[in-house]
Design a binder for this molecule. Structure first.
Ligand code: NAP
Length: 414
């Protein structure tokens, strides 16, 4: 029987992490694993009720050291085969160090769709040896826990939902990425408390919204939420990230980035709107942002490692909240995919690539991780293929400039 994908988590005691969209799906599963590893976790939620409920559910799941008991944090996920192993699951000697054979990255067998030629970040690097060395619970450059912000309380921003789960702690704070004022308020709270932020998961997202819809600031909803909101959040949180001695930003992309083109003439899809086209553009922008952030960090020395990840096809609320705009009935495509064995995985499994990017000590800035199975839909995390245009530096610089103009958030230039 195939082994359930899993990774081993390092000890994250004294580390502070913020997960956008941590009340549901992949973000919720990510929170679970971080908590079990001892981190101080801040999940964001648009609604106080959902945030408080997520904190309650995280509390309720404090079962063991893994915290990965499988299933989706959102009701849309059919629990199925969760990543049930503890961080040291029997037979997982290679995880996360050997998440799939490197050959599978270079022989094109992943066969990710798209007309553009494929790239992988460092296709031959995942020998298993170097990565496996990270499986032993070593802190990821842990800083002095006295400065970790364990007692910080949000006043304006807090939903008042917090708890202590396993060895870590969790609280929910409000964030609507479709409202730049909300982004500013949360970032001000976090930067203002004076503590480091060690891990930022740019995870939240909305997918394939059927009709062109706008954010509060007038941006197309998917580009505005998935890319611009996270761009602004990251820029505003940079001072807190720079306080960490080992900060990482993990930005969630998707296989659907292959469908994406950055339409600089029509970034907000005013002239022509397609639900998947706009989603593809936003997810390509996520990946280009992660890579450009890595380049800027390398040249400007912010000390912030930027990575990207995708979850393959994971059973979460995404398929109902985006295409169906809140309706609970999934689309026919989603129903069909869900019915095919091996084409989807649990939310717990889907969270592994972003967790891997956030915690493995062999990763390099700009690396992109996803499941290593067929079409990168399911499986152990490994380097993911990406469209070559995702690392077009000229376009990335232009996207960065336009994002700064649109959000009014500028990153330092020296
Ligand atoms: N599931 C997959 O197969 C898949 C595949 C590729 C990529 N992804 C990416 O993975 C990420 C997580 O998605 P998921 O699958 O876990 O879906 P999910 O269960 O629907 O979770 C999405 C999260 O994003 C939040 N969100 C949506 N709009 C927001 C906004 N304006 N401001 C703040 N938060 C917002 C949602 O909050 P509410 O609960 O308030 O709606 C929810 O917490 C997304 O970026 C998605 O594009 C998922």
């Amino acid at each position: 029987m195939a082994r359930t994908p899993d990774i081993r988590m390092p000890d994250l005691t004294g580390r502070r992490a913020l997960i956008t969209g941590g009340n549901s799906g992949l973000g919720f599963e990510t929170a679970k694993r971080l908590l079990a590893a001892g981190a101080e976790v801040i999940i964001t939620s648009r609604s106080a009720e959902k945030g408080a409920d997520a904190v309650r559910r995280l509390e309720a799941r404090r079962a063991g050291p893994s915290g990965a008991s499988g299933g989706s944090g959102g009701s849309g996920g059919s629990a199925g085969s969760g990543a049930s192993g503890s961080s040291g699951a029997p037979g997982s000697s290679g995880a996360p160090g050997a998440p799939g054979a490197p050959a599978s990255l270079s022989d094109g067998s992943a066969g990710t769709a798209g007309t553009d030629s494929a790239s992988t970040a460092r296709g031959a690097a995942s020998s298993g040896d170097g990565f496996a060395d990270n499986d032993h619970g070593a802190p990821v450059g842990a800083h002095d826990s006295a400065t970790s912000g364990g007692s910080a309380e949000y006043t304006n921003a807090s939903f008042g939902a917090s708890g202590t789960t396993g060895r870590g702690s969790v609280r929910a704070v409000p964030l609507d990425l479709a409202n730049l004022g909300s982004v500013r308020r949360l970032a001000d709270e976090i930067v203002g408390d004076g503590h480091p932020l060690d891990l930022l998961f740019n995870n939240a997202g909305v997918m394939a919204v059927p009709r062109r819809t706008l954010t509060d600031d007038g941006f197309e909803l998917q580009f505005g939420t998935n890319h611009l909101g996270h761009f602004a959040l990251t820029g505003r949180l940079l001072p807190a990230l720079m306080r960490s001695d080992a900060a990482r930003v993990v930005t969630m992309s998707s296989i659907v980035h292959w469908m994406g083109r950055i339409d600089f003439e029509d970034l907000q899809s005013e002239n022509r709107y397609s639900a998947w086209g706009a989603y593809g553009q936003s997810k390509l922008a996520n990946l280009m942002f992660a890579k450009e952030l890595a380049r800027r960090n390398a040249s400007l020395g912010w000390g912030v490692l930027s990575l990207a990840a995708h979850p393959g096809f994971s059973r979460t609320n995404l398929q109902s909240s985006g295409p169906n705009l809140g309706r609970t009935k999934p689309s026919r495509l989603m129903k069909g995919m869900n019915a095919m064995p091996g084409m989807t995985q649990s939310a717990a499994e889907g969270a592994l690539p972003e967790l891997f990017a956030a915690t493995n000590d062999e990763v390099l800035g700009g690396d992109y991780f996803g499941p290593s199975g067929l079409f990168e839909l399911t499986g152990e995390p490994n380097f993911a293929h990406f469209a070559r245009r995702a690392e077009n530096e000229k376009q990335a610089a232009l996207l960065w400039l336009r994002s700064e103009e649109l959000t009014g958030v500028s990153f330092p230039t020296d």
